[in-house]
Design a protein. Structure first.
Length: 432
């Protein structure tokens, strides 16, 4: 196949990311052409609001009437989808563009995690690329690292901090000793959190990223079952303080691993020792750790979101296509990808941080330990902090390792006791 020497690009979606990409490609066109030995042009753009003041003049001839015109145009080689969302316009645009044999670059994690298998097969049949480096961890090149840099390795586990908003909140609650709500408002003012940050806080965002990473790390189809998902909404400054006293930091992680031939995927806040590699990944930074053979542990860290890091990832994908690198979207062909059965974490063993706010009266501690013993949970460390003015005590327990289902059952039983003031909290302690 003769390598193309000129590519026409269409950018669909000119929000913060799309506009930043447009400016970057215009400003750095000469450098990109020299590095790839291929010429390109931003032939068309499309956006919901054409009249919006974007602070830059875009020639009228580049504007399309509708994003749905893009797949029909013969003079478009690469479609850059920056609309977002798993359904609607983004889905229509990407599927139709690939059917019309156009390469696609996207930052859309929701779309890839939901329809990635179908899109990969369609791209393979039409001999085009669909690239999605910007969908996971922003400027950290984890997708390309798994597909190319670590191709000689057998991955055992992949995990890390994959959401800048939740990491910013937990970091600032720790450093500033303030409440969850106050830090969330600060994150919104600084642009680190959306006006509705639900998907960042409840783990939806990380869930999508974990699904994508699992598929790449283990050469399997995207698995949507049995994913344990927990957000950070319930964590308060008392938990942060307690973690520090005990020698830990609280972090929100996404993790995927193969255990006894089964896939485990989970998203949850946890306690990590202060000397862990992830404990000092703060603010909006992301970090991903890959454990494999023969490399051992490899860590990638950097900006996980924002216009700059996302643009970096998008340009990397565009350059890969410019160089004529026709690749399988998930590293191997559809036929060679596996279906790996998944399991939940019910029978997985964890040490846990348990916090109980209880009435300060006799017999309470004895009742708690009896319930724990009944559920096969033993106490490794216990701290009782009586608060006389409020007539209650805060009991902090670090448990020995126990099955997750036993911990959850124990928490439910404790919650029903009349001496327990609030729903008991528990956070897993991760050895990572």
């Amino acid at each position: 196949m003769t390598k193309k020497k000129f590519f026409n690009l269409a950018i669909v979606g000119l929000g913060n990311i799309g506009l930043n990409l447009y400016k970057h490609l215009i400003k750095n066109k000469k450098s990109i052409v020299e590095k790839n030995n291929v010429h390109f042009d931003i032939k068309y753009v499309s956006a919901k609001n054409k009249k919006k003041n974007r602070g830059i003049s875009i020639p009228r001839k580049k504007w399309l009437q509708s994003y749905l015109d893009v797949p029909k145009l013969n003079d478009v080689d690469i479609v850059i989808e920056l609309i977002g969302g798993a359904e609607g316009p983004a889905k229509k645009l990407v599927f139709e563009s690939i059917r019309k044999k156009k390469h696609v670059v996207t930052a859309n994690k929701s779309l890839i995690s939901k329809y990635g298998d179908q899109l990969a097969l369609l791209a393979e049949k039409n001999k085009v690329n669909i690239e999605f480096e910007a969908a996971v961890a922003g400027g950290i090149p984890i997708i390309r690292t798994l597909k190319e840099g670590l191709v000689a390795n057998k991955t055992k586990k992949i995990y890390g901090i994959l959401n800048g908003t939740s990491n910013f909140i937990l970091t600032n609650m720790d450093k500033m000793n303030v409440s969850f709500s106050k830090v969330l408002n600060k994150a919104k003012k600084l642009g680190y959190a959306e006006s509705n940050p639900k998907s960042d806080l409840n783990g939806d965002d990380v869930r999508s990223k974990v699904q994508i990473l699992s598929s790449l790390a283990f050469n399997c189809f995207i698995n949507k079952k049995n994913i344990n998902q927990e957000g950070i909404n319930f964590i308060d400054e008392i938990d942060i303080k307690n973690a520090n006293k005990l020698g830990y930091k609280i972090k929100h992680i996404g993790l995927s691993e193969i255990s006894e031939g089964k896939l485990i995927q989970r998203v949850n806040p946890c306690l990590i020792k202060k000397d862990s590699r992830l404990s000092n990944v703060n603010g909006v930074l992301n970090a991903v750790i890959v454990e494999g053979e023969p490399i051992g542990k490899s860590i990638l860290q950097g900006e996980g979101a924002g216009a700059g890091p996302t643009t970096s990832a998008l340009v990397s994908d565009i350059c890969s296509i410019l160089r004529g690198n026709l690749k399988y979207p998930f590293s191997v062909s559809h036929k060679k990808r596996k279906k790996i059965n998944s399991i939940d974490i019910s029978n997985q063993w964890f040490s846990n941080y348990i916090r109980l706010d209880v009435l300060d009266k006799k017999g309470v501690l004895s009742s708690i330990t009896k319930i724990m013993s009944k559920n096969k949970i033993s106490v490794k460390r216990l701290i009782q902090d009586p608060l006389k003015r409020k007539k209650y005590a805060s009991i902090i327990i670090i448990s020995h390792k126990a099955k997750n289902k036993n911990i959850e059952k124990c928490i439910d039983e404790l919650h029903k006791k009349n001496f327990v003031i609030n729903r008991p909290k528990f956070l897993r302690i991760e050895e990572i």
